[in-house]
Structure formats: C-alpha cells, structure tokens
Design a protein around this ligand. Structure first.
Ligand SMILES: [Zn+2]
Length: 399
C-alpha cells in the first residue's frame, strides 16, 4: 500500500476578522468559512493543524523594500490622510485600502506560507496548505490587486534554500504577475499561470495537462500551487465557468507527481463557493471524497438553499476552442524545448531559516494570544496544536 501523504495545514482565525471595507469584494471572512467547513467534514483529524507565526518585518523585507514594509507597518486608517504622497507611491487606496490590522493580516498570511515552506524544506510534511496565502499581485515596492505582501514570492525564496528549482502554478482567474516579475531573471523558478487574457475565457476543466510536460522537462524539487477560486463559475469578479470539480481536478493532477507541494488560496469573491472549493481541495489532498451534503457548522446558513458542496455550472459557451487550446499547447511545448533542461545550480551555503530580531518579544500582546489560544482549543485537538512563534517550531533544531 502507498504511504499516505503527511499534510500540514495552517490557519489563524484572526485572519478572518479584518475588513477591507463595505464595497470591497475581498472578504477575508471566507477563510473562516473554509476552515469551519474543513472542520465540519472532520478533515482536521487527518492532518496536522498549526497556527502560523506572524512573519517579522525583516522576513517580509527579504523580497519587499524595507521602506514599503515599514510604511505598511506604520499606516492606519486614522493617520493615512497625512501620507497622501506615500499612499500613491505604494499604490494604497482604492483596490488596496488601508484598514485596521492590515499589517497583522499580512504577517499572518505570510507567516503561514513561510511556515509551510519550512516544513516542506525539513521534510516534516509532504504537502502544506495555507488557504490564507496566495496574494500573487503584490510587487516589491507596492501593493497591487488586493495584495500587499507577496507571500508566494517569500515562500518560493524559502524553498530555494533547499531546492534547486521550484515550479509555480497559478489557477487564479488573474495572471500571477507579481510572482512572475519577481523571478523573471532566474531559471531556478518557473512560473505557469492559467488565467483570463484578452477576451478569451478559460472555462471547462482547462488544459492543465500541459503541466505534465513542464514537470518532466523542468524537474522541480518543489511545487507551489496557487488555487485562486475566482476562476470558478459564479464568481463575483471572475467570469470563468470552472466547476469546483474542474478546479479540484487541477489540484489532483498536480498532487499525483508526488513532489513536495505548497498549496495556497488566492482570489475568490463569492465566499460560499470559495469555502466549498477549498474544502473539497483539502479533501483531494487528503485523498478524501466529501459527501455532497454539508454537515452542520457555524456558517451553515451561507450554503442555503441546498446546503450542498456541488454548485451547477452556468450555461456558457466555451470560448476556448479546441484549435485555440492546441495552438497554446504547441507554443508552450516550443518554449519548453528552447529552455535549458532542468537547469543546475551551484551549491552554496544555505542561509538560515529564520532570523528572529531581538525586539520581537516586546511586540507580543499576551492577552490577545491567550484569547486566541482558548478559542483554538475549542476546535483543535491539543496535541495537534502548536504556536509557530515558539522555539519548538524548529523541528530540526537551529541551523
Ligand atoms: Zn484573481
């Protein structure tokens, strides 16, 4: 019998409490809904659940400019009127508003992706999931498309400490431009993004299978899969017609290669469908098929009127003709032929995992942490619980 994959899953309930504003489509509450759906199906019993550490500013500055990180850290809704020129410079405002606890929000979702990468690096799991992560548009010195800190770039940088090559796959309806841009000049990261481009849609199950050729040619040591759910049918912003089954098929397909896999969320603006999709995909990663009827949970009312996992597709024309898809395939195969086969990397000293600045202790708010801890205890088994900030998250000791 095949050995089961060891899965680590990262979640901090605080990530769902922030609010982008009444007219903003991004609703972090979808993360709480996803988590409760995962719990209601009992999936937490089949994997290890961790609360991620909150990424330190200095960790964020491994990719982002220090001044941008510092500004995000400092800015609040009450003070932003004093910083008009900085807001423009860092592209903060309409799409990327300043809201309460913005920085902490970034720290949590990025901490999850970093912890996920580190556990994969140390082989303490085969697959790591952080649905709060996947903010693929953020740039080195500015926010973009609802994304402030690019956790994916930081996670990939972490994976590159242990893996010669990392493959990034993006099935969000939008192009994963921030990640592509960050690694444009290195052959150690290949980015493949499936998205809407021009007036052509990408509905149906998509042609994710070209990915097989990519993996065969590139031989990545680890894969990062961004599962933006705005490519699903009925998304508030997206206009694709992917079914949850089609979306999850991509996850199943990538999982089959048995390469260390970091899975994140991303876009997704019809929150009950985002939760459905990521719960189903957690199931896929755990080789567990979920019954269609949604078990009772805190957010059950959002799944009315059917209370089922499956959502019917819309009746839409498939604008990706067979000819169009095969012409894309030919182009991709051509480009793959022209790239160097599995480019090598000179071995260098591996930088340390974790640099803990000495001011971090002061920043912890003990009351807040106890509260969250008590909350978490109600939903997690104690023996599955750990605090990413503690020293003992370095499973293999310090290096
Ligand atoms: Zn998107």
């Amino acid at each position: 019998m095949l050995e089961k994959d060891r899965i680590s899953y990262f979640y901090d309930g605080d990530v769902g409490n922030v609010y982008f504003g009444p007219n903003h489509p991004m609703k972090p509450h979808r993360l709480c809904m996803t988590h409760h759906l995962v719990l209601s199906y009992g999936l937490h019993k089949k994997m290890e659940i961790y609360r991620p550490h909150k990424a330190y500013p200095i960790e964020l500055a491994q990719f982002h400019s220090a001044d941008y990180v510092e500004f995000l850290h400092r800015i609040t809704p009450d003070t932003q009127h004093l910083y008009a020129s900085e807001l423009t410079r860092y592209n903060l405002g309409e799409d990327c508003p300043v809201f309460d606890n913005l920085f902490e929000f970034c720290q949590i979702y990025t901490g999850g992706t970093l912890d996920a990468a580190r556990r994969l690096n140390h082989k303490t799991c085969d697959i790591a999931i952080n649905w709060a992560g996947g903010l693929h548009h953020a740039k080195k010195c500015e926010a973009s498309g609802f994304c402030y800190i690019n956790d994916l770039v930081l996670g990939i940088l972490e994976l590159l400490k242990y893996h010669a090559r990392v493959l990034y796959i993006d099935i969000d309806v939008h192009h994963g431009d921030g990640v592509e841009e960050a690694f444009y000049f290195t052959d150690r990261v290949m980015t493949v993004s499936f998205h809407k481009y021009g007036d052509l849609f990408f509905p149906g199950t998509g042609d994710i299978k070209i990915i097989a050729k990519v993996i065969e040619t590139y031989l990545p040591g680890a894969i990062v899969l961004q599962c933006g759910a705005d490519s699903l049918a009925r998304d508030r912003l997206g206009c694709f017609n992917l079914s949850i089954e089609g979306h999850a098929e991509c996850v199943k397909f990538v999982k089959k290669f048995n390469i260390p896999l970091l899975v994140t969320g991303g876009g997704g603006y019809t929150k009950e469908n985002v939760a459905r999709c990521w719960a189903v995909e957690t199931g896929v990663l755990l080789d567990t098929e979920l019954p269609n009827e949604i078990p009772n949970n805190e957010y059950i009312e959002y799944f009315a009127p059917d209370y089922t996992l499956k959502v019917p597709n819309l009746n839409m024309d498939n604008l990706n003709s067979k000819t169009y898809l095969s012409s894309i395939k030919v182009q991709v195969m051509e480009s793959l032929r022209s790239i160097q086969h599995a480019p090598g990397v000179q071995m260098q000293e591996v930088p340390p995992d974790f640099y803990i600045p000495d001011f971090d202790e002061d920043e912890l708010d003990p009351d807040e942490r106890v509260d969250q801890h008590t909350q978490d205890k109600q939903i997690h088994r104690d023996d599955e619980y750990y605090e990413g900030d503690n020293d003992n998250d370095h499973d293999d000791g310090a290096r």
